[in-house]
Design a protein around this ligand. Structure first.
Ligand code: HAM
Length: 455
């Protein structure tokens, strides 16, 4: 009595988390599988690493905000803090370093981890989310970054998206270093603060942003320089706003790397998908070179879909050997919102497909052993098979098969069992015939061919 009266538990998942019912999961899996095909075309291999990691590997070079404010921390033993991974890159650095001697470089890997961030849930952001990661490590040249850009473009193109619908907004941290040191004369120790301000700009109101800049910098040249970096939309536009740029700046690694990369994008014929954006610096501390974020160019989805960049020193957390990497993380949720906005997900993906499923209806339960044997035979040939366990009321069984879209039904009664036969029915033509079970598989193939030619 007590139990019946007591309050029932909530069926809702935790805030910021989602239950994926089969239609949702079919859609997500279709997206991920399509991206797996692109990964295959570039020879990226899939790997997995644990969801729980020691907090130290994130605390050192990820982002203070991510680790201190946005993480799920688990403390099972006193003093031992574990983190539910908020991103994958430090784990990737750990597992690559562990096998650095035997892995052939460049290493092209991808993974689809579930990540956890204690963020305010909002459109495109959850506390538990799937993130596709692709990274190339041990490729020092800009061709590594270029390959990642090409993969991003190919992923979007594979779904039918165009350069009018998305853009890769890119920058180079070394270029920002050169601007800060050689044009704006920002003291070296304050350059990370410039990154932080630029990264925060989009998340703040204008007045709040201006106050933030003024609280951190007093020098007018630096303040104006930060505003220019935020607003410029081409390299030319940016540089013409500064007076007296020294030769040292034009000779700097940051400037040269950026201009070479712009040229590579041209040569690879993907510049129409890319926009130089000096305000993009990324919030994670480990980035050192080219950085990028991908956005919907429309107004519907305002948060980044992809984020990534080059990290030269992340693996130094685990070893003295230097291995550089570059790659991206892409939120599957954000990407699916983008695809939905532009109507790029076929509606039928959400529906289960029973067109090659064989449905077995039986007249009574006495035939169960024979029916189960047939089901095993059919599945051994790689055809999905559903057995209706009601074993009565054939009419109901047939209407169930019809309702879910099955095209081939076997009808089994005592006569079929005794004679080692099956009655096979083409649900489209409603024709049925009784055949020996030894020719069942051939008959299934025949009907499938027939159905295909009809479509
Ligand atoms: P990130 O910019 O922090 O980079 O995340 C990359 C993408 O993950 C975002 O653009 C977004 O689509 C998705 N994402 C982030 N937070 C959430 C959330 N709360 N809910 C849903 N989706 C989210 C990184 O994580 C880097 N580790 C990427 C990387 C790989 N860099 C180099 N290699």
């Amino acid at each position: 009595m007590n139990n019946i009266m007591s309050k029932k538990l909530s069926t809702k998942p935790l805030r910021g988390m989602k239950d994926f019912y089969p239609p949702d999961l079919r859609e997500i899996n279709w997206i991920i599988d399509t991206i797996r095909d692109v990964a295959d075309l570039y020879s990226y291999e899939e790997f997995e690493s644990p969801s729980l990691e020691p907090i130290e590997i994130f605390a050192a070079k990820s982002s203070e905000e991510l680790v201190n404010e946005q993480s799920f921390i688990v403390e099972k033993k006193k003093g031992e803090k574990l983190i539910l991974i908020p991103e994958l890159t430090p784990s990737l650095a750990r597992i690559i370093t562990a096998k650095r001697q035997e892995l052939k470089k460049p290493i092209r890997w991808f993974s689809v981890p579930t990540c956890y961030r204690y963020e305010r849930p909002q459109k495109g952001r959850r506390r538990e989310f799937k993130q596709i990661n692709m990274d190339i490590l041990g490729e020092n040249s800009l061709y590594g970054d270029l390959e990642i850009f090409s993969i991003i473009v190919d992923i979007f193109s594979e779904f039918g998206a165009t350069s009018k619908q998305f853009q890769i907004y890119y920058n180079n941290r070394r270029f920002i270093d050169s601007v800060c040191e050689l044009i704006l004369q920002v003291p070296k120790e304050k350059i990370p603060l410039v990154y932080k301000i630029l990264d925060k700009a989009d998340k703040m109101e204008n007045s709040e942003y201006e106050k933030y800049v003024l609280d951190n910098f007093q020098d007018e040249i630096i303040i104006q320089g930060i505003y220019k970096l935020k607003e410029a939309n081409s390299l030319n536009d940016l540089l013409t706003q500064f007076e007296d740029i020294s030769k040292e700046f034009y000779d700097s690694k940051g400037f040269k790397e950026l201009t070479s990369f712009i040229q590579l994008l041209e040569e690879a014929r993907i510049s129409e998908y890319c926009t130089f954006s000096p305000g993009v610096v990324r919030g994670l501390d480990y980035y050192t070179g080219i950085v990028y974020e991908v956005f919907d160019t429309g107004k519907e989805n305002i948060r980044s879909i992809f984020g990534g960049g080059r990290y030269d020193d992340l693996l130094s957390l685990f070893s003295d050997e230097k291995i550089t990497g570059t790659g991206f993380g892409m939120g599957v949720l954000m990407f699916s919102l983008f695809l939905k906005t532009y109507d790029l997900i076929p509606k039928e993906i959400r529906e289960p497909d029973y067109t090659d499923t064989i449905f077995i209806a039986s007249i009574n339960e006495n035939v169960s052993e024979y029916v189960l044997k047939l089901a095993r035979m059919i599945r051994a040939e790689d055809f999905p098979c559903i057995v209706d366990y009601r074993f009565s009321n054939l009419k109901n069984q047939l209407s169930k098969a019809h309702e879910i879209g099955v095209l081939i039904v076997l009808i089994i009664g005592p006569k079929e069992m005794e004679q080692n036969e099956v009655t096979i029915r083409n649900m489209n033509t409603e024709k049925q015939e009784t055949i020996k079970n030894s020719s069942l598989i051939d008959k299934i193939y025949d009907i499938i061919d027939e159905l295909e030619t009809q479509n």
